[in-house]
Design a protein around this ligand. Structure first.
Ligand SMILES: O=P(O)(O)OC[C@H]1O[C@H](O)[C@H](O)[C@@H](O)[C@@H]1O
Length: 568
């Protein structure tokens, strides 16, 4: 396939389009009765089982998807990514988040330079710094140990670290290392988020980590200024040096902000924001909370999947299969959404993180060469841990729209509990649902079954489940730092596979720019109206009216703020 050709013009794509009719004729109920088929749709790697037998797919479908992968030279594309080629062409950057978790002796080149030693220099620096903070040899301005960390950052500089922190919180090993420490995340520019994240903390015992790839993101910079003022109000401006550190690719701006570059932890432009949790973005706050050794295990887990992804054949390759199946669901079966449903409360923030990784990567309208796409890319990702979601939005998934689901389960709970006298423990209870839901979706319940159960006639339509609703199940042997790293990398690479197949650039995000520049215009107007009383001008009727009302009604609140921080 020539680089500028669209995937939808290839024969493998057309073959899959033609194949849809065949698949729609077969109910999942029948597909699941074919044991040989099901056997071939269950693969395993390093403590992770993937069962995709509840996809609306046959062995033939999967073969056709492999042909699609061949048509886009998927193997070569993966190879180019791992070899530091500038596959993010609109930003002229390589995409090397895999280098962030490579072994110390690995060689991964970007522009002819091995980047792994730079990665490990920063990791070593994080290890040293986090140990000093944790063992009390780095103390605050008044000599007190810094037991609390507030990580300021948004988007990719927030969601990944938050997910991993949440997942580690109840891991028995990681939580031991976190005793007596707190890690909080300040993302939103909303002053409420500042209030909530500083509540109960004293600047004396708090270390603030400003995390921003660009060090220009408006929300993060304002929050950084606010917390700098919070520290300096109580401890004086000189305390900032002991209480604020930074993670960024832009060390010049870090210094300009007033943070000593020695206390800055670098990463590089070949790390996309949403792919940055394995850089200092995640490694620093997480090492401060759990110690570097725990975070190293997380990196090793991600690296195990990197090796699997780059070397396993497509038939055994978990991220490749997941990516191909998502393309099948979106582009051929026409399902626009995907639910991510971990049956583990520790994975509470997994769906929000993957939502960004996936939707910011693959929600694109043109090919990598700028050609408008005649098909949709990306999907609407959302999710909640089971069983909570079952009592919320599953109704729609069972009887309303068809939404392919990812069920993620864990064999060994992080926190097993057993009620005396009960045979089924609490984790078994949770997992009963993990096993039941995919079958409920696949098989449904027919009117005939309901009649046999003597259900009242008028209720039969309401109690009928059409079934034939696709899902896949991922079973993890446990949920420790290593497994969390694996899970992260599986989803990162799945998203890349989808982008490679669709022929888009999954590594840029121009779609977030327009709103940002319009906000600048509004900010200017607010400033002019508040300081010089200038009327609202240059906006449409709707914005002018509502903005004017906002200015009028907020003037008294702003005249008497709850907290006034010094400008420093
Ligand atoms: O890390 P930063 O430069 O502060 O960027 C934070 C976030 O903001 C941007 O708008 C992008 O949409 C995200 O991909 C990015 O992660």
């Amino acid at each position: 396939m020539a680089s500028s050709a669209l995937i939808c013009d290839t024969q493998p794509w057309k073959n899959l389009k033609a194949h849809v009719e065949d698949i729609k004729k077969t109910h999942l109920r029948d597909l699941l009765s074919d044991t040989e088929r099901c056997k071939s749709m269950m693969i395993e790697f390093d403590g992770i089982v993937l069962d995709y037998s509840r996809q609306q797919a046959t062995v033939d479908t999967v073969d056709k998807l492999y042909n699609l992968a061949e048509a886009v030279h998927l193997k070569e594309k993966i190879h180019c990514m791992f070899n530091g080629e500038r596959i993010n062409s609109t930003e002229n950057r390589s995409v090397l988040h895999v280098a962030l978790r490579a072994a110390r002796n690995a060689v991964i080149n970007s522009d002819g330079k091995n980047v792994v030693p730079d990665v490990w220099n920063v990791l070593d620096k994080i290890k040293e710094f986090s140990e000093k903070v944790r063992n009390g040899s780095w103390v605050g301005a008044t000599g007190k140990p810094l037991t609390n960390v507030i990580a300021i950052g948004i988007g990719g500089s927030f969601l990944g670290p938050l997910f991993v922190h949440n997942a580690l919180q109840t891991d028995s090993e990681a939580s031991k290392y976190a005793e007596g420490r707190q890690l909080r995340f300040l993302a939103n520019v909303d002053p409420i988020d500042v209030a909530r994240n500083t509540a109960g903390l004293s600047p004396e015992t708090t270390l603030v980590v400003v995390v921003s790839k660009t060090f220009t993101t408006a929300e993060t910079m304002l929050n950084a200024c606010t917390l700098r003022a919070w520290i300096s109000k109580e401890l004086g401006p000189s305390a900032v040096a002991k209480h604020m550190v930074a993670v960024s690719t832009n060390l010049m701006l870090v210094e300009k902000f007033g943070i000593d570059p020695n206390n800055a932890f670098a990463f590089w432009d070949w790390v996309g924001g949403r792919y940055s949790v394995c850089s200092a973005v995640g490694v620093l706050p997480l090492s401060l909370q759990y110690g570097f050794s725990v975070v190293e295990k997380f990196l090793k887990g991600a690296s195990s999947i990197d090796q699997h992804f780059s070397s396993a054949s497509f038939e055994k390759n978990i991220p490749v299969l997941l990516g191909l199946l998502s393309v099948w669901n979106v582009s051929f079966l026409g399902y626009p959404a995907r639910a991510i449903l971990p049956y583990s409360q520790a994975l509470e923030k997994f769906a929000p993180h993957i939502q960004q990784v996936s939707m910011e990567s693959n929600g694109k309208g043109v090919s990598i060469d700028g050609v408008p796409l005649p098909f949709e890319t990306g999907e609407i990702d959302f999710g909640e841990p089971g069983t909570n979601g079952q009592h919320s939005f599953y109704q729609l998934i069972h009887q309303g729209r068809v939404i392919p689901c990812d069920f993620i389960g864990v064999v060994k709970s992080q926190q097993p509990v057993y009620l005396e006298g009960e045979v089924v423990n609490n984790h078994d209870e949770l997992m009963s649902n993990f096993f039941a839901q995919p079958d409920a979706l696949a098989y449904g319940k027919t009117a005939e079954q309901l009649q046999n159960e003597n259900v009242q006639q008028h209720l039969i339509p309401h109690k009928t489940f059409s079934g034939n609703r696709p899902s896949l199940s991922i079973l993890l042997s446990s949920l420790d730092a290593y497994k969390i790293g694996q899970l992260l990398a599986i989803y990162e690479h799945r998203v890349a596979v989808q982008g490679f197949i669709w022929g888009i650039n999954s590594f840029d995000q121009w779609g977030v720019e327009l709103g940002k520049s319009l906000a600048t215009q509004v900010r200017k107007q607010l400033n002019a109206s508040r300081t010089k009383g200038e009327p609202v001008e240059g906006f449409n009727f709707s914005t002018t009216t509502i903005l004017t009302r906002y200015l009028e009604e907020s003037s008294d609140v702003l005249a008497n703020p709850q907290t006034l921080l010094p400008r420093i």
